[in-house]
Design a protein around this ligand. Sequence first.
Ligand SMILES: [Zn+2]
Length: 281
Amino acid sequence: MRNMGDYMGDYEAKQLILEVGRRMYNKNFVAANDGNISCKVGENELWATPTGVSKGYMTEDMLVKVDLDGNILRGGTKPSSELKMHLRVYRENPQVKSVVHAHPPVATSFAIAGIPLSRAILPEAVVQLGEVPVAPYAAPGTQEVPDSIAPFCKTHNGVLLANHGALTWGKDPMQAYFRMESLEYYALVTMYTGSIIGQANELSCEQIDQLVDTRTRLGISTGGRPACQNVGRDGVPACVEQKRCGGQCAHGGQQPAGTAAGVEMEDIVDIVRQVMARAKR
Ligand SMILES: [Zn+2]
């Protein structure tokens, strides 16, 4: 099992990048040649996807190895100008080993609307992803883009990029990609419940506290804390009614970073079920 400080080898990193590229293209998270993926293989080196290529049909020889300043070390292709975002995440948070950028349609719509994904409606989203803030708009390719995401790299697992798309990160390409999947699913359910069904029963402050405790026990220390809004028909949030949250209900609370080694998705789902069952009693 890989420790937090260990890096995967070139071969494994490249294979996972190709796999994530296929998945995100097939999931309709990117159109044409959009999106990019990177994975660190050392303190100052990483593999990244090239510009101008569909991420669903990449081969190993298309990938390019760069250092944390973006200088090309190996490979004959050019990385995307969006690589600057990846490099900034690695600089801000050395625990991050992989970054994924895509334009999933529902999450991108929230990014265009400037609405963060911060409602506590799905236990898995609270534990695995946390809240997802919106980084302010910056013109593509400029230094303002990495600057806009910098404040979230240590505290969150992903951000929406205003009028652009989404960026997620993690300890390896699969975790970073799964966070992108969770983010799009979270956005989809938020849209269904908010705009189509028009009703969402949000988790209570107590339920959120339990989920955040679970997450901390799993060693996941990033993700922020969704707000306990649970607003009743009288317009009063549940945490105000319960008078138990104090100042803790505001979102943006920082949690420590990383994921416990060896914790599988099934374990997390099981723990979440237990927490929910307890909360219902
Ligand atoms: Zn993009």
